[in-house]
Design a protein around this ligand. Sequence first.
Ligand code: ARG
Length: 457
Amino acid sequence: MWGGRFSEGPASVMREINASIPFDKRLWRQDIAGSKAHVAMLAKQGIVAAADAEAISDGLDRVAAEYAAEGVPEDLALEDIHMVTESRLAELIGPTAGRLHTARSRNDQVATDFRLWVRDAIDQVEDALAALQRALVTRAGEHADSVMPGFTHLQSAQPVTLGHHLMAYYEMVARDRSRFTDARARLNRCPLGSAALAGTGYPIDRHMTAAALGFDGPTANSLDSVSDRDFALDYLMAATQCSLHLSRLAEEFIIWASQPFGFVSLSDQWSTGSSIMPQKRNPDAAELVRGHAGRIAGCMTALTITMKGLPLAYSKDMQDDKPPVFEAHDLLGLSIAAMTGMVESATFRTDRMRALAESGFSTATDLADWLVREAGLPFREAHHVTGRAVKLAEDRGCRLDQLPLDALQTVDPRIAESCFALLSVDASVASRASHGGTAPSQVRERIAEARTSLGMT
Ligand code: ARG
C-alpha cells in the first residue's frame, strides 16, 4: 500500500511491531461504515465517478458479509484493518478499489472509526448501567423498611435501611451514566476529511460524511482531529470511575456474604465452590469485579501515559490507543452484568442485619439528640453523657434500651422515660427524615423518583 519508494520489505519484527490487525480488526464495522460514507460523498462531489463509487460501495458490502461470516483475516503484512479491507476490496473489484482512499488518510480514517466504536461502546455501557439501576431500585423497594447497621470506619454507626444503602449505589451509577453521556456528546464530531493532518485540496463535503455517520457535525481543526484521543480517555476515565463504584459494591457483597456478617447469601448462580472445602460458597464474581477495577484503571493509565508529550499531529504511538480501550470495555461490560445479576438474585438476611443494628449501640446518637432536644443540654455535653451510658450498657452486656431507667439516671438525672421511645432502631431510622435521609418515607420518595426517571412506572 505504501511500498513505492522502498526497495526492500520490512524486517519480520518490523512487520510484527507495526501490525495492529490482531486487535484493530474489532473496528471492521466502523471502518466499512466510514468508507461507505466517504465514497458516497466523493461521488456526490464529483471526485469519483458514480459507477466507481457504486462498485466500491457494493464491494465493501461484500467484504462486510465475509467478515461477518468468517471473521477478519489477520494478515500482518497488511498492518491494519484499513489496509486489510482495502486489499480485499481490490481483490473483489479490481483497481477501482484504489479510488476509495482519495482525499483521505488512515489518520483521519482511524480517528473516525475509533470514535464510532467508542460511541457504540458508550451506548452499550449506558444500557447495561440502566439495567443495574433497575435492579438496585427494585431491590431497594423491597427493603425500604429493612433496618441494617450503617457503618463508618466499618464500625456500627447509626442504623440505616437496606433500601437506603442500595439507593446510594443507584446515585453513583446515575453519575456514572452522566459521565458517559457527557463523553458521548463531546466525542460526536467527525474527523473524517482531516486527511493526514492538514485537510485536503479535494472539494470534499465534510458535513455530508459527518451526518451520514450520525455525528453532530465535522471537527473544526484537522491537526487536532487526527492527533487527539481525548475521546478515548474520556471513555476510560468514565469507565474507571464506574468500575470503582462497582468495586465498592462488590466489596460490600463480599463482606456481607462472609459468615461473621451473614447479611447476604449470593444465589448459586453467582457463587462458586471449593475443590477441597465442601461447605464453601465463594463470591468469586464479586471478587473479580473488584479485581477488574484495578485492570480498568490500568488501561486508563496506559493510554494516559501513551498520549503524554506526543507532538502534533499523528504518531504511531497512537496505534496503542485501542488495546486498553477494548480491554477496559470488555472488563467493564462483564463487571456491570455480574453486579446486576448479583443484586437481582441475592437473598438479603434482614433478620441478621436487624440483630446487628440492635447490638452495636447504633442508637447512641439518638439518645444524645434527645438530651439536646428534651433536656436542653449542649450537644457536646449530651455526647459525653451518652458515652457514659454506652459504657454502662457495655459493662452490663446489654443494649442501650435495655438499661433500666434508674441505671440511666445514675449517669445523668435528666434522662427520662420518654427517651426509650427513640432508642429502637426503627424509631431511629424513622426519625432521619431530612431530605435524602434514611427514613423509609424518604427512601420511598427517592425510589419513586428513580423509577420515574428509569421509565419503570
Ligand atoms: N493502524 C494505525 C493506527 O491505528 C492507522 C493509522 C496509521 N497511520 C499512519 N500514518 N501510519 O493508528
